[in-house]
Write a protein that binds this ligand. Sequence first.
Ligand code: LMR
Length: 307
Amino acid sequence: MAEPIVIKFSHVVSENTPKGQGALLFKKLVEERLAGRVVVQVFPNALLYSDTDEINGLLTNEVQLIAPSISKLIQYNPELSLFDLPFLFKDFNSVVKYWRRDISRELLSPLANNGFVGLDFWGNGMKQMTATREIRLPSDAAGLKFRIQDSEILKREYEVIGAAGIPAEFSNSFTALKNGIVQGTENTWSNIYTQNYQDVQSNMTETNHGVIGYILVTNRTFWAQLPFDVKVELNEIIHEVTDTVNNEAIVLNNQALQKLIDSNKSTILTLNESEKDAWKEAYASFLAIEGSHINRSVLRAAEIVNR
Ligand code: LMR
């Protein structure tokens, strides 16, 4: 019998997150349905590659699967900046509906020009804000530095409210917060909790101001040389895992939020309707300007799923 095909799946988050669980489910299903033919090795928590070098690890075929945040792939397809726009999507389910539309496949295809195959969209959840002081209104963030993903839109987004977005690796974010290099950050509840930001952030605000989503990508050459029947089975497994990840994500984030509340380490704010309106108003013109650079049909689909 031929040696099994080895798929190394590297990612930067904890296993107790949507992406972490998705990677483990992918491994389970592949080793059940392609037993003996394919083996999956999962490397969570940036054990193998951090978010700045995982893409190169994929391109050199050192690993065969990664699932970087969409924000980190905008450099390969600017239309993906759609998902960095603040308050564009009203909730996580709207984003998932977007990913299920044909137009989302068009957003994956340009990745092939860069040596990738974009396989599917996995979701985590809506982004929340954390800081060393209470943030209720946009003006409360003025003067603070926030760790963000390396995205030009996210940098500009923090300038709108008089703050500074400081790109840093996800795996270095806790240390940057602990050492005061930045005073705040943004992420989903599951990432906030599993990275222990509650130990270094006195305040958290449920802003739901954006989304963390991923694109599952593989090395194009690796994917092209797979036996056809293996590729068919892997595609079916990926679509099944995608549905599970996106259906379970809200549950995992709600569980993380409850654990944050129970830890009693940070003050967690929910905004009233007028405070939510103040955030949307602060970003209204920014959203219009940044949205004007995005293909009309790409943006239109977002308006449709938000209904
Ligand atoms: C981040 O860098 O904050 C996130 O993209 C990490 C992740 O993969 O969820």
